[in-house]
Design a protein around this ligand. Sequence first.
Ligand code: AMP
Length: 363
Amino acid sequence: MIVGILGGGQLARMLVLAGIPLGMRFLILDPSPDASGASLGEHIVAAYDDPVALARLAERCDRITYEFENVPAAAAQWLASERRPVHPPPAALAVARDRLREKDLFKDVGIPVAAVEAVEDLYSLQHAAEVVGLPAVLKTRTLGYDGRGQIVIAETEIIEDAWRRLAGVPAVLEAYVAFEREVSVIAVRGAEGRTAFYPLSENVHHDGILVTARSRPDDPQQARAEEYATRLLDALDYRGVLAIEFFEKDGELLANEIAPRVHNSGHWTIEGAVTSQFENHLRAIADLPLGSTSPVGYAAMVNLIGEIPDPTPLLNMPDVHLHVYGKVHRPGRKVGHVTVRAETPERLETLLEDVTGLVGIPL
Ligand code: AMP
């Protein structure tokens, strides 16, 4: 089976690494000649909306998926219209790349969200600030990731400046949530609606970038997160892995965003679950049975941001696994991750402290 992937970053790389043992081959479309995942498969270097490149994918691939929300939804739609099976459905991509549509979908299926208003101009931003209240977070509707395209507005005096800094693009204003913690659920739906969920991930972000994710088997919010995920899988007629990020506040889960793809908060599943999110995504899109999502001990992932540390002390530790993405190092860029696994949550915390110390990330 040949699987086409739109996007050739580290998520494509880990999909390929999971798919090769299943006998899959990969054709990867990414405009960057040195895309980290593309070197593992056959790489088409072209824009995501290049008609010749898309026609090649349609002709050669048995299944097509994507690893990046900012792929134009029209490209995925065109591939689907050529009768190539595209999973997850292009409609999920169209929703996930637009924060307003995403929030509307959450509301439509009864998932709680923080107060949010659409913003088109300075006047509507001023109005939104009154409705939503301050502090609030101004976010571009599209193309934001890892905290980019976001500005916290703490007081009315900076509204004008915030609008200028966002360069006047369509946006949303969301109430700032003083959450107790952030969690995400990774769900997967395969052929004939078979569905499975991984244990919740508890996630810590610094400056909008994910730094650590811990597996939380038996989390008290698991059932609620699965219920919300099921509503989204149904509404989107979904196939593949879907990640949903939540804020937990006063015992409630407020949905923040979805990712219609494998997700950074699920990287611990490579060593910390019976079947990784990457393998299950491929099984789901290829009509294969889903693998068990049961946890293997307690696991946590630490992102390597900007640079790869000396691997020796890390790899001298028990049950520590290093993943290097082969990307050019740049400040703020995710260039690898480390997974730590332990038999008890207490032991996991001790190991995690040692790893974050070596990596230079505060816990
Ligand atoms: P996002 O790109 O929406 O996932 O935002 C990245 C991170 O910024 C989140 O994971 C939170 O840590 C923080 N953040 C985003 N929106 C809010 C909000 N409305 N209230 C508080 N923190 C937020």
